[in-house]
Write a protein that binds this ligand. Structure first.
Ligand SMILES: Nc1nc2c(c(=O)[nH]1)N(C=O)[C@@H](CNc1ccc(C(=O)N[C@@H](CCC(=O)O)C(=O)O)cc1)CN2
Ligand SMILES: Nc1ncnc2c1ncn2[C@@H]1O[C@H](COP(=O)(O)OP(=O)(O)OP(=O)(O)O)[C@@H](O)[C@H]1O
Length: 199
């Protein structure tokens, strides 16, 4: 990857994460509750049988209640586990205490016992990120995990990103390998990039 682009990404990432870190604990909880509810209201969520989610770490949008709701609705919950070479393993989780262990970076990750799910079975993927813009571009943490993983999904599977409104910026720096999001959900809005004619 182009070095100037990489350092620009690092700079923008740092600024987005600072904005996010500036939210107070209570504010983060309130906004996270709103965001998790907005997802549950989406027809894309209601119709999905197999949902890939992430469990929040550091000061990300909280997703534990959404994970619990997904299981309670009898949907198949898939969570990512980091493996070597930037690979993300999609693993089914039936119980949020039994089937989870702390992984790399302290992220709550699925234990390996259940084995990998075929990525083409995933009906909806909910995606974390450091920063987003309103043309559907996403900036991650720099591991390239999600960009590699998107290539294994059915191209029609909606990619729904979550972030706080303060992480939405004018323009995310992108590379050729960066995939566009289908929707972005913040505490303020549901941005659907399909209706905006971008996807
Ligand atoms: N909750 C959650 N789970 C997730 C992700 C995520 O963004 N959120 N990921 C999304 O991809 C993957 C983990 N990706 C990560 C990538 C980098 C770092 C990290 O800590 N990097 C170092 C060094 C970065 C650098 O070299 O610049 C750091 O930030 O200190 C952590 C997680 C898979 N699971
Ligand atoms: N589809 C891909 N195939 C091969 N390498 C990739 C792919 N996607 C990303 N990479 C590599 O991964 C590294 C990180 O990419 P990038 O900075 O876009 O990550 P990111 O989108 O911020 O992170 P993440 O997806 O983990 O949240 C780069 O070196 C990039 O070249």
């Amino acid at each position: 990857m182009n070095e100037a682009k990489q350092s620009l990404k690092a700079e923008v990432r740092k600024s987005c994460l600072l904005q996010r870190a500036a939210l107070g604990e209570e504010e983060r909880e309130t906004k996270s509750r709103i965001i998790q509810q907005k997802i549950q209201n989406l027809p894309e969520f209601q119709q999905a049988q197999v949902v890939m989610l992430f469990l929040n770490f550091r000061d990300e949008v909280e997703t534990t209640a959404l994970a619990e709701a997904t299981i309670a609705l009898n949907k198949k919950l898939i969570l990512p586990r980091c493996a070597s070479h930037g690979l993300l393993l999609p693993i089914e989780v039936g119980d949020l205490t039994e089937d989870i262990e702390p992984g790399v970076w302290g992220i709550r990750e699925p234990k390996l016992n259940k084995g990998e799910t075929d990525p083409s079975e995933i009906d909806l993927i909910i995606v974390p990120g450091a920063g987003f813009d309103l043309s559907g571009d996403r900036l991650g943490y720099g591991g390239g995990f999600y960009d590699r993983f998107f290539m294994r999904l059915n191209p029609l599977t909606p990619r729904v990103a979550l972030c706080f409104e303060c992480q939405v910026i004018a323009q995310v720096p992108v590379d050729k390998h960066d995939a566009k999001m289908t929707m972005l959900i913040t505490e303020n809005d549901v941005y659907d990039f399909r209706t905006l004619g971008i996807q």
